[in-house]
Structure formats: structure tokens, C-alpha cells
Ligand binder design. Structure first.
Ligand SMILES: C[S@@+](CC[C@H](N)C(=O)[O-])C[C@H]1O[C@@H](n2cnc3c(N)ncnc32)[C@H](O)[C@@H]1O
Length: 213
């Protein structure tokens, strides 16, 4: 499902900040050579996440779901001077490409790639998170929330991608597949959790922004 008229989306992109050149190149290489390029956050969502990160100037960012590194590089733009970003993925075949663009963007000292299931990696990362971006396997979204919620500072954010799942979250629960069920369970869970206040933004495939009270 296309949420925004393509011409309006183009207008929104044309009137937003341009992507850095290395992100244009990364997106083109992803579209040409990598499976499922629609997973990449893209221009508008990327500029939104860069803006949020710049407003927060985080010391510690956690990203769950690196893919080819587009969203990690957007979030890294706002890191404070000594800030670090940890990004996790299980797809070892993309690690070289991620590394290439991290170096092009000169973030090799600030972005740390982890290659193992996120539920195993998260407990090994030390520190208090300012910003967490959840964008990996949908049935685990609730587990990721549980693993990070007590490790986020007051005022910190969890942003979860794909929470509208091309509109499938509107299906009757009996007809939902496991991914849709995982995303619907996540939206229901964070809505009921009094530790966070939420806004679900219909940007691209839906971003749930949850602020730790
Ligand atoms: C939607 S893509 C991430 C897109 C990326 N954040 C971006 O915007 O460019 C989801 C990624 O999650 C990874 N993934 C799936 N299951 C995972 C798991 N259990 N632990 C860590 N990463 C996982 C996949 O390999 C895939 O690269």
C-alpha cells in the first residue's frame, strides 16, 4: 500500500534537506545488488531520523536491524562528539557493504556493527540508551522493547519502524500472519505501557515514536 500520493511524496522530498552523497550511492547500490531494497528507510524517513538525532545529540544509540546501513548513517549524524552507535544484524553477507559506507561517511570510530541475533547482543552492550531504533524481525518487537525499556534514560526515545505494515494491521486478528501479529502486539503493548508516551506517525510504513517518561 502506498500511503502518500507519489507526487506528494516527491514534493515532500524536494522540500526536505537532501541526502548526503554517500547515502544516495548506498541506496543506489542497495537497489541494484541487494534483495528486498524496499527495506531501506529512504530519503524522507532518513531525514526525519537524522533530524530527531540532531535534536537529541545522543551519547548512545542502539539500532536493531542494520541491513545495508542507511538508517544507521542517518541516526549517526546527530551523535554528540563522543557518542557511539551500536547496530545489530544477523546478515553477515551485508557487513562488508555496511563497513564500506561507514568508512566513506567517516564514522568508523563511532559506529559498531554486531553480527548475531539481537536478543543475544543487546544484553552485552553496556550503558544507558538515548535513542533506540527497532527495525528487525517483527515477531520480536515486543521482546526488543522489554530488553531496552529499563535501559533508556528519561526523555529518551524508542522508534519502531513498519508499524502500519502496508495496512495489514487493519486485518482481523484471526487473519494476521506472524509479522502482522507481532507489529499489532507491539502497538497494543506500548499504548498500554505507562512508562512511555507514544505517537504513531504515518511516515512511509509507519513509525511508532515512544518517549520514556
Ligand atoms: C528492514 S531491515 C533494516 C533496514 C535498515 N534499518 C534501514 O532502514 O536501512 C531488517 C534487518 O533486520 C535483520 N534481522 C532480522 N532478524 C534479526 C535478528 N533476530 N537479529 C538481528 N537482526 C535481524 C535482517 O537481516 C535485516 O537486515
Amino acid at each position: 500500500m502506498q500511503f502518500l500520493d507519489p507526487l506528494l511524496e516527491q514534493y515532500a522530498e524536494e522540500h526536505s534537506a537532501p541526502e548526503p552523497g554517500y547515502l544516495i550511492e548506498l541506496a543506489e547500490e542497495t537497489k541494484a545488488n541487494v534483495d528486498l531494497p524496499q527495506m531501506l528507510s529512504g530519503h524522507l524517513q532518513g531525514r526525519f531520523m537524522s533530524m530527531i538525532s540532531k535534536l537529541m545529540a545522543p551519547q548512545l544509540i542502539l539500532e536493531i536491524g542494520t541491513y545495508t546501513g542507511y538508517s544507521a548513517l542517518c541516526l549517526a549524524e546527530g551523535l554528540s562528539i563522543k557518542g557511539k552507535l551500536h547496530t545489530i544484524d544477523i546478515n553477515t553477507r551485508l557487513a562488508g557493504m555496511v563497513d564500506k559506507y561507514v568508512r566513506k561517511a567517516d564514522y568508523q570510530d563511532r559506529i559498531h556493527q554486531h553480527l548475531a541475533p539481537a536478543t543475544e547482543v543487546i544484553p552485552t552492550i553496556e550503558g544507558t540508551f538515548d535513542l533506540v531504533f527497532i527495525d528487525a524481525d517483527k515477531p520480536n518487537y515486543c521482546n526488543y522493547f522489554d530488553l531496552v525499556i529499563d535501559r533508556i534514560r528519561s526523555g529518551g526515545l524508542i522508534i519502531a519502524d513498519n508499524v502500519l505494515w502496508s495496512g495489514h494491521v487493519l486485518s482481523p486478528e484471526s487473519k494476521m500472519d506472524n509479522e502482522t501479529k507481532g507489529l499489532h502486539a507491539y502497538a497494543t503493548k506500548v499504548k498500554a505501557d505507562h512508562r512511555v508516551e507514544n505517537v504513531l506517525l504515518p511516515i512511509r510504513d509507519g513509525l511508532m515514536v515512544s518517549r520514556r517518561k
